[in-house]
Design a protein around this ligand. Structure first.
Ligand SMILES: [Zn+2]
Length: 86
């Protein structure tokens, strides 16, 4: 749901789903389809990357899809728009 709040606050959450979404970019005002990058939680992702050098088997739980978020970006201005979290 959109909340009718300050239009000066682009940080207001957009209606973002787990896949690409059609939204009005708050930064460049374009009507765009978001670019989605699926990522794990940033901290665990970095930790897993470090750990994988030491112990490949230990970090398998970090690779499960259930831990992934969907980061949405504007294809026009490349701005980060928000994250859908499962
Ligand atoms: Zn934009």
């Amino acid at each position: 749901m959109y909340a009718e709040t300050d239009t000066t606050a682009p940080a207001c959450p957009l209606l973002l789903g787990p896949e690409t979404s059609i939204v009005d970019c708050p930064y460049c005002q374009s009507h765009i389809m978001t670019t989605v990058k699926h990522t794990s939680n940033t901290n665990t992702h970095i930790a897993a990357a470090n750990w994988s050098r030491l112990c490949c088997l230990c970090c398998i739980p970090f690779c499960s899809d259930s831990a992934k978020n969907a980061d949405h970006y504007c294809p026009c201005c490349q701005k980060y728009l928000g994250t859908y979290r499962k």
